[in-house]
Write a protein that binds this ligand. Structure first.
Ligand SMILES: *Cc1c(COP(=O)(O)O)cnc(C)c1O
Ligand SMILES: [Zn+2]
Length: 397
């Protein structure tokens, strides 16, 4: 494999066993736990000046902190997204600064590209011919795009409720698209069944491949660098499976380990109240979620009733003195509309849960006034413009 110098291999989150990345590619063979890429940080020689001297054109500029070489990566120059100042929101929230990290400007319109560039690179290096996943929509679209680029066949299982753009673009990228009646769990069951019949398919599933959270950690590196190495007080993240939140938590601890920052940003999980297992566990003081029995939210990317990595998500929130907040669908859609109206930025409903959550935190008095608050816009509004438009129509506009 074409790995980077400091990449040490994979470590199990549960039993702490370590593995060579060439031998193992998914969950822990001993206990079934999540595998996490690990590094010898002492061997990484990175300072602020070195990073600043590199062009801000791709997340692979942090190559030393990623498992594979940039040269070997299946990449479309994803990442390196803008961090946009939102003065109207700052005034509204009563804080010093609000910035939106605009992940909508990725190749397929969401931050899922950051995960798939690394996961599909791993698939090619393991000699896969076929990749497969179940997805609420955006991960499936991203996987189909990267698989197409790498010459792999992508088998994508989407629930019937996922958006038109996702379904259309999986086809356009040449993926094998399977629309499954029902919700994400039904798509997941159909995917598992297909996987049983095709043992040569390489899973790109969340926290089944160790590489999706690894790619998403670059969002935090960029954010800190874009703030001239100031660590934001709060980062509000729309949380489904928590891949991005865990990635950013890992990234912040890595930057601290490397001596590039001193503090960790407060990480806030924003969810939709129709499916808020993390918020419920956080508020109850539990270390793990209870699955939501009847999930129901317009935010497809957040409708994850049984997030398997919840202990890690809750650790990230607590260790960084962050929090968790849920808001209702109409408030989330209204937040998307207000951000579009007042700041110009277009947020997909799932992403707008982060804006709505930040609004709610501000209203609850969670901020003192001198904070810098970052909101992750995980996906471009034009993915689900119809949903945003129908919110206006429900108000008679
Ligand atoms: C997938 C997705 C999320 C949730 O991401 P996780 O990292 O799984 O929590 C949020 N917003 C959008 C737009 C998504 O596609
Ligand atoms: Zn294990």
């Amino acid at each position: 494999m074409e790995t980077t110098d400091a990449f040490a291999g994979l470590e199990c989150r549960d039993c702490e066993a370590t593995y060579d990345a060439a031998d193992e590619s998914h969950r822990c063979p001993d206990c079934g736990g999540i595998l996490d890429p690990s590094y010898e940080y002492d061997a990484i020689d990175l300072d602020r000046e070195t990073l600043e001297s590199r062009p801000f054109g791709s997340m692979w500029r942090y190559e030393e902190l990623l498992p594979f070489t940039r040269e070997s990566a299946v990449t479309m120059d994803e990442g390196a997204t803008p961090l946009v100042d939102c003065p109207t929101l700052a005034e509204e929230f009563g804080v010093e600064r609000v910035l939106i990290k605009d992940e909508g400007r990725n190749p397929t319109g969401t931050f899922k590209d950051r995960g798939q560039t690394v996961a599909v690179t791993a698939a090619t290096q393991h000699g896969a011919t076929d990749v497969a996943l179940a997805s609420a929509g955006n991960a499936g679209q991203a996987a189909a795009a990267y698989a197409g680029r790498a010459g792999l066949d992508a088998h994508v299982y989407l629930p019937s409720r996922s958006g038109f753009t996702n379904k259309a673009m999986v086809n356009v990228h040449g993926g094998d698209m399977n629309v499954v009646g029902g919700r994400i769990d039904d798509a997941g069951a159909a995917y598992e069944e297909a996987l049983d019949e095709h043992d040569d398919w390489y899973p790109l599933q969340t926290f089944v491949t160790p590489y999706r959270h690894e790619g998403k950690k670059t969002m935090l590196y960029e954010t800190v660098e874009q703030l001239d190495w100031a660590v934001p007080d709060a980062i509000c993240y729309p949380t489904g499976g928590g891949v991005g939140l865990i990635g950013m938590y890992k990234a912040a601890t890595e930057l601290r380990e490397l001596g590039l920052i001193d503090d960790l940003p407060g990480l806030y999980a924003a969810q939709a109240s129709g499916c808020a297992p993390i918020v419920e566990a956080y508020e109850a003081g539990r270390d793990e979620h209870d699955p939501v029995e009847h999930p129901d939210t317009i935010c497809g990317g957040l409708e994850i009733p049984d997030p398997g990595a919840s202990p890690w998500i809750l650790e990230a929130i607590r260790e960084t003195d962050g929090g968790a907040v849920a808001t209702d669908d109409p408030d989330i859609l209204e937040a998307a509309v207000q951000v579009a109206k007042r700041e110009g930025l277009e947020m997909v409903p799932s992403a707008a849960a982060a804006a709505s959550g930040a609004w709610e935190l501000a209203e609850r008095g969670a901020f003192d006034g001198d904070e810098t608050v970052v909101i992750l816009n995980t996906g471009s509004g034009n993915k689900e413009a119809d949903v945003l438009r129908s919110h206006l129509m429900s108000q008679g506009v």
